[in-house]
Design a protein around this ligand. Structure first.
Ligand code: CO
Length: 307
């Protein structure tokens, strides 16, 4: 099955005509100091690949690395508590896990879910004329870099923290109800990378309207003072060659486009007839969404940038 669907966010194993297992794993070093929040963010991020496919998470296993001899054990407990809270909010259960001693804390989940393979959403279904929606603002890479550099405090970036904690559950459920052509979640490759990968998998080009890109408060201020994460440079180097623009683009918006995200939103491609219905349904479920672009008949994986 996974050979038939090479462009999905998670591994897929078909059990029957109407049932497939979906599995993903992700973990990373702390993005915020508060261990409970960190646990929540890491768990939400790990669940995101499952939601991007329209699958339902069932079980999750903890993966934790922790310097048990130099840090208070309560920090580990808080971390795991935060993760468990998100897993329960997702309607799944923690089925176990594994922890090892390490110099720096790392945490995440291995998640197993199910989906009806006839209805699952992958990255390869976008068609020319489809519209592009993004369900979370951008800028978590810039803001967590500012936190690490102690330029901003966790109170300053509370909106971004709430955004990273938020599950893509509601967005995923709406997407399954409304019907979309393609979906992916925005994480380390930034909007630019995940958009390019989705466009390539769908053998189309994307047009993005840069002024429409949503961002968390102060993200552009951090770009302006040059507090750009390492991952952003990597994303630029790798994905900028696929971009073209007839008119000049604000370099700060380019930093936003390439910013690696933690627990980012879903990027959805859907037919123009379903656009308003989808926006309305998302709003009813308390999910913000931004109409950031459209699918165009262009070289596979290419991105056209409009100011
Ligand atoms: Co993903």
């Amino acid at each position: 099955m996974s050979q038939e669907i090479p462009f999905a966010d998670a591994a897929i194993y078909r059990l029957s005509e109407s049932l497939a297992l979906v599995q993903s794993v992700d973990f990373f070093t702390p993005v915020v100091d508060d261990p409970y929040r960190y646990g929540q963010i890491a768990a939400s991020n790990s669940l995101s690949d499952i939601y991007a496919m329209g699958a339902r998470p069932l079980t999750a296993m903890n993966i934790a690395c922790f310097p048990i001899n130099c840090l208070d054990k309560d920090i580990l407990v808080q971390m795991l508590r935060g993760g468990a809270e998100r897993v329960h909010a997702a309607g799944a259960v923690i089925a176990g896990g594994h922890s090892i001693e390490d110099d720096e804390p790392k945490y995440g989940l291995s998640v197993t879910g199910t989906v009806d393979p006839r209805h699952m959403v992958t990255t390869c279904g976008a068609r020319t004329g489809d519209q592009l929606l993004l369900t979370k603002p951008l800028g978590t890479g810039l803001l967590t870099t500012a936190l690490k550099g102690e330029v901003l405090t966790e109170t300053d970036v509370s909106e971004a923290i709430a955004g990273m904690v938020a599950l893509n559950k509601e967005a995923s459920e709406v997407m399954m109800r409304v019907g979309v052509a393609a979906s992916t979640d925005i994480t380390g490759f930034g909007l630019i990378g995940h958009a390019a990968e989705m466009a390539e998998a769908s053998k189309v080009g994307f047009r993005l309207y840069m002024e429409r890109l949503p961002h968390y408060p102060q993200a552009l201020d951090m770009a302006e003072i040059g507090l750009v994460p390492v991952g952003s440079h990597r994303n630029k180097k790798y994905y900028l060659p696929r971009c073209r623009n007839a008119r000049p683009i604000d370099p700060l918006l380019m930093d936003l486009l390439c910013d690696p995200q933690t627990s980012g939103g879903l990027l959805l491609a859907l037919s123009p007839e379903r656009l308003d219905l989808c926006l309305e349904a998302l709003q009813q479920r308390g999910v913000n969404a931004w109409h950031i672009g459209e699918v165009i008949d262009s070289a596979a994986g290419s991105i056209e940038l409009e100011p």
